[in-house]
Design a protein around this ligand. Structure first.
Ligand code: SF4
Length: 215
């Protein structure tokens, strides 16, 4: 059989190699509580974690928890988060999320996908971040890095995140979802760049059908 065929055994081999490369894969969003991670992940849409981390200390020093942020004046929040982009919509989303957590969830961050995606500004990707990092529940987190690496490794050929998530779920058992989510994300940031991936130095090149062909 072609050693680069899209099999579970090859996927496991990729994850084993990446486990040595990335022994620790914490969230790159700074947070001290589930609430802070929730707000950080909402703000991280279409921007970098670094840009979000830069505004979080000022945001949480002014609005330390759901009651304070839920009662915030949008224009004041906008001033603090201006640099993360889409700041008007994001200000309304994080104020709405804080109000939802306070009023619907009794101040706690929910632990199911169905409940999480009802929070303003939270889609499946953000919900997956909470499930994985807060509750250690299985989640396939399809962000730009994960999707790109999955496609190059030959486990999906679609760009739509929901369909790509389905493709990965069809091959990987749930106990591997979290390690795959984080290791492929890290790998996309460190080697498998969108433009000019570093295939020459990539530790999984021997297992990758796209080695030397992208970018
Ligand atoms: S060999 Fe290249 S395309 Fe394949 S995972 Fe590594 S960096 Fe990405």
């Amino acid at each position: 059989m072609d050693p680069r065929a899209p099999t579970l055994s090859r996927f496991r081999a990729v994850l084993d190699v990446l486990a040595r490369e990335y022994p620790e894969t914490p969230s790159l969003l700074s947070h001290r509580s589930p609430f802070e991670l929730l707000i950080g992940v909402i703000l991280s849409a279409q921007t970098t974690d670094e840009q979000v981390n830069a505004v979080l200390p000022a945001l949480f020093s002014r609005y330390p928890g759901p009651p304070e942020l839920a009662a915030a004046v949008p224009a004041e929040v906008e001033k603090i988060i201006h640099s993360v982009g889409f700041f008007r919509r994001k200000a309304l989303n994080i104020i709405g999320a804080a109000a939802h957590v306070r009023d619907v969830q009794g101040g706690t961050i929910p632990a199911t996908m169905d409940e999480l995606v009802r929070i303003p500004g939270v889609g499946r990707k953000s919900a997956g971040v909470i499930l994985l990092h807060v509750y250690d529940k299985p989640a396939i987190i399809v962000d730009t890095h994960f999707g790109r690496v999955v496609r190059r490794l030959g486990y999906s050929d679609v760009r739509d995140p929901v369909r790509l998530e389905r493709d990965v779920a069809a091959i990987l058992p749930p106990e591997l979802w979290n390690s795959a989510s984080m290791r492929l994300n890290y790998h996309g940031r460190r080697y498998c760049f969108a433009r000019k991936p570093a295939c020459g130095n990539c530790p999984v090149a021997a297992l990758c059908p796209s080695a030397g062909t992208s970018g």
